[in-house]
Design a protein around this ligand. Sequence first.
Ligand code: GCO
Ligand code: MG
Length: 412
Amino acid sequence: MIIDKAEVIVTSPNRNFVTLKLTTDDGLVGLGDATLNGRELAVVSYLRDHVVPLMIGRDAHRIEDTWQFLYRSAYWRRGPVTMAAIGAVDMALWDIKAKAAGMPLYQLLGGASRTGLLAYGHASGKELPELFDSIRKHQELGFRAIRVQTGVPGLRAIYGIASQAEAAGGGAARYDHEPARRGARPMEEDWDTRAYLRHVPGVFEAVRNEFGAEVPLLHDGHHRMTPIQAAKLGKALEPFDLFWLEDCTPAENQEALRLVRQHTTTPLAIGEVFNTVWDFKDLIRDQLIDYVRGAVTHMGGITPLRKTIEYAAQYQIKSGFHGPTDISPVGMAAQMHLGLAIHNFGIQEYMQHGEKTNQVFEQSFTWQDGMLHPGDQPGLGVDLNQDEAGRYPYEQAYLPYNRLADGTVHDW
Ligand code: GCO
Ligand code: MG
């Protein structure tokens, strides 16, 4: 099973996606997701210029060896561009191996440990009535667990709030499905952590009063707080029993989580911007987090994310793999197979892809009663319709960024 063709496909149906397609001499096709939101073409170049030439003629069965070869032979390790490129190769090879075996990938990973994956969706509203509508809409769509993001009085546009993006003068569509804006420059949003901290606990109180104690509620702090601010928020949210508080501080300083942990029993989730097991090592070993937010696409594929999550299992830490729309249907499928197989599954983020995306990527997964299942097609269960993909050429897009009232750039 020799790789004799490797193509990098860029398509932009609802947003940009980068996909690696490997074909073997016996005609098996494997797909890998290499999408890095806002920096897509850097990964395209890494793959086309440096990885594709190395893939031709390799034995497609040697997944671990190929991963180690790409990781170690580059000398320059880690980083989102490198790891997204390696991740795409890894996914494509697992896809091929599972097709060769005639099995859905989760079977090769040990078989199903559960009947489906609990998924959470993104509800948001500038003010309470809009937020309540959005929560109800998600419940009607079947979501049993819901992430709650709220507007903050005095701030025009903040992360995760659909309608506020328009208020900021962007004039584009609601962005609950995609924060990256097409255009030549990133959009500017505003931020004030003290205003946010004053407002958020009251919103969760109102949501609990309206929707009851049972529904799992999540919240994403999107890297904006200092450790002591995050500790304060975690403490203030304890009465509302969050499923998790995500990215409460920027991820680079892992010691921050130690301080947060000393002050609050609100469960913590982190890691969507992490690239390797090394980023998680201390957080797992010291039990400073409860959920691993890594994504197959940005952690270098199924192989290393599986190692990370199995290490986490020894500490009762569970999965909460990153699943926004910038993880393509290929990446989503890969982590659904992994999530079905592992013992310590926690929850899967699920930010449904748009219609055009679903026409480009034909998928076998199912979504029923709030649960995802990757389906039973051999491999990952995703086919790329290249005619459809060709209809949507790459469009430059940037994630927004933040400034404080005095003009200082703040973490977005
Ligand atoms: C999430 C994330 C995303 C990111 C996006 C950036 O929890 O789903 O925070 O919304 O902002 O993936 O590319
Ligand atoms: Mg997040």
